[in-house]
Structures are given as C-alpha cells and as structure tokens.
Design a protein around this ligand. Structure first.
Ligand code: GRF
Length: 195
C-alpha cells in the first residue's frame, strides 16, 4: 500500500478528491495533508476525513526558502510517504527539495502543458483565442511546470468565457484527472492518461 502526502495552500478541492479516491482496492492511502498556510481551509476538511494534517507557515522564514522547506520536509518525512502530491500548493520549491522527492512528486497545473506554465493560465488561453484548455498532471522536476506529463484533460473554451468561468470548468476536469493519474502512478503505471 503506497503512502501519499498531499501539499495544499488553500481550499484543497483537488486534495479532497484525491483523499476520497483512496479507498477499497486503490493501491494508496493518504497519510498526511500539509499546508504552508495555517489558515488553509483544506486542513480542517482533511482532518474531518481522518487524515493527519500539519501547517508550516512559510511567512516567518521570509526569503529563506530552504529553511521553510527543511521544516516542511521534517513533517513530511515523519509520515514516511512514498508519493507526494502538490494540489493547489502555491509555493515554488527549490531544486534541493524537488531532487529529494524527484520521481515520486506530482503536481496538477491548470493548463495543457507545455502551454502556459506559470500563473494566470485561463486568462492567457482566452487572450490567445484558444478554443481548448484544460489541466495537466506532471512529475515535478526542478524546472517549474515542466516535468514528464502523466495525464491531461481537455475542456472547450466558450466564446463568452471569463477566466473565472473557464477556471471552474477546468477545475471539474482536474477533479477527474488527478485521482485517475494518482491511481495509475501508485500502481507504477506511467502510461500518460488523456481524458
Ligand atoms: C486549481 O486551479 C489547481 O489547478 C491549482 O490550484 C487551484 C486550486 O486548487 N494548482 P485546489 O482547489 O486548492 O485543489
């Protein structure tokens, strides 16, 4: 049974879908939900589902990313995870942290990578006149939003879409994609999943 730690920064809607999916004959179980923000509402939701939670506030560490990550990593290691899932985690991780978990750390990004790495993905797709958008689950590597793609889900961009309406449509796709990719990854099947 693979042990999964999930990192969040806010509501954790993707985290909740991942936690709810790991039941029955699923080859993984959640062992920790961690956040860089003690006020992340996802923490209480995870605790309500019986998942151990921890918050390491990144603000006291100021610009010392490595010190923040060392504190976070200590809590993560204490849970002995086999897999790390970033789910709405909004801190850029240093190459040192990434290399420690490389090959077993996933992230979901709200665009069809390699298009639109970084922020404001929905507005950028609308501004570019794209008729299609979506989300990507990828392995996390030192280069931001650029690791091997494990899955993608596509949604239409509608003529009257705003960034908000498109984000809402993509989020529904994220909630389908991430659990399906995690299940494959936990079963050591790296075949990309295209939904
Ligand atoms: C989602 O758009 C996700 O793609 C991005 O963070 C946003 C919020 O995710 N990574 P969640 O609701 O906190 O899971």
């Amino acid at each position: 049974m693979k042990r999964v730690a999930i990192l969040i920064s806010g509501g954790g809607s993707n985290m909740l879908e991942l936690v709810r999916s790991m039941t029955g004959d699923h080859p993984a179980r959640p062992v920790l939900v961690a956040s860089n923000d003690p006020s992340a509402s996802g923490l209480a939701k995870a605790a309500a589902l019986g998942v151990p939670v921890v918050a390491v506030d990144h603000r006291p560490y100021g610009r010392d990313r490595a010190a923040f990550e060392a504190a976070l990593q200590a809590h993560i290691e204490a849970a002995h995870p086999d897999i790390l899932c970033l789910a709405g985690f909004m801190r850029v991780l240093t190459p040192g942290f990434v290399s420690h978990f490389e090959g077993r750390m996933l992230n979901i990004h709200p665009s069809l990578l390699p298009r639109y790495p970084g922020l404001h993905t929905h507005q950028r797709a609308i501004d570019a006149g794209d008729t299609e958008a979506g989300c990507t689950v990828h392995e996390v590597t030192a280069e931001l939003d650029a690791g091997p793609i494990l899955g993608q889900a596509r949604v239409p961009v509608l003529p009257d879409d705003t960034a908000e309406s498109l984000a809402a449509r993509v989020l529904v796709a994220e909630h389908r994609l991430y659990p399906a990719v995690l299940r494959r990854f936990a079963a050591e099947d790296l075949t990309p999943l295209i939904l």
